[in-house]
Design a protein around this ligand. Structure first.
Ligand code: PGA
Length: 258
């Protein structure tokens, strides 16, 4: 089964609305024909400016996080319904900077995932092992546990997964194509066990962690890698467009639904 690749840009807590507009415009203007699905994740206050620039273009946008509740007295949180109201189709869930910097555990991530799906958002479930866990030989146990909790919360709905080894995020220390493929193949097998063969074959598994224009093509050549979640290199239109171009080879054969 062919899966349409995704190139996603996680802009984290960077940019002002003017800079985000310029970046969105640069992407829109430079998109290759028949490329991967492209999505950007600006911080919440930038969403209206980005939506304004990208409306009517093939580039989608989403939130970097969400609340597991729909409404209420939850200072600082953003409702899934506020994201859909801002035109978001996508949302990141369980990014390592949330799991490790803000103490989000599998139960909270599962709640957020269910809330996203319930609101009609397409979540990208982020997971990955720390360097310490890899060194201790616990990589598969960690990835398996993170994935199982999410699959249960998704209750049969399709997931997009981003494998982001924590030791590779923002460090310049990218996983080798072999390490990435090994983890992606593990995740696809696990999805097959937990959600069935069809769901596993249809699910897109992205790689994230120091993806750059000069390592994207080699990583993307791996069978179970369906695109990228890019941090630093997505903040510059030229470098993100080069990564988008590297995901071009097997694009657009299947539908773009998550
Ligand atoms: P990076 O970030 O590309 O800057 O390593 C990836 C991510 O955090 O999603």
């Amino acid at each position: 089964m062919s899966r349409r690749p995704i190139a996603a840009g996680n802009w984290k807590m960077h940019l002002t609305s003017a800079a985000a507009r310029a970046l969105a415009r640069g992407l829109r203007q430079g998109l290759p024909p028949d490329g991967p699905e492209v999505v950007v994740f600006p911080s919440f206050p930038l969403l209206p400016a980005v939506a304004d620039e990208l409306a009517g273009s093939p580039v989608g946008w989403g939130g970097q996080d969400l609340s597991r509740e729909l409404w209420g007295a939850r200072t600082g949180e953003v409702s899934p319904l506020q994201l859909t109201d801002a035109g978001c189709r996508w949302v990141l869930v369980g990014h390592s900077e949330r799991r490790h910097g803000h103490g989000e555990d599998d139960a909270l991530v599962a709640g957020k995932l269910a809330a996203a799906l319930g609101a009609g958002l397409a979540p990208i479930l982020c997971l990955g092992e720390t360097r310490q866990e890899r060194r201790a030989g616990r990589t598969w146990e960690v990835l398996g546990g993170q994935l199982d909790a999410a699959v249960e919360a998704a209750a049969g709905q399709q997931l997009t997964v981003a494998y982001e080894p924590v030791w590779a995020i923002g460090t310049g220390d990218t996983a080798t194509p072999e390490q990435a493929q090994e983890a992606h193949a593990f995740l696809r097998r696990r999805l097959e066990e937990r959600a069935g063969r069809a769901a596993a074959a249809a699910s897109r598994i992205l790689y994230g962690g120091s993806v750059k224009p000069d390592n994207a093509a080699e990583l993307f050549a791996r069978q179970d890698l369906d695109g990228f979640l890019v941090g630093g290199a997505s903040l510059d239109a030229v470098s993100f467009l080069a990564i988008i171009a590297a995901c071009g080879g097997r694009a657009a054969e299947s539908g773009g639904s998550p």
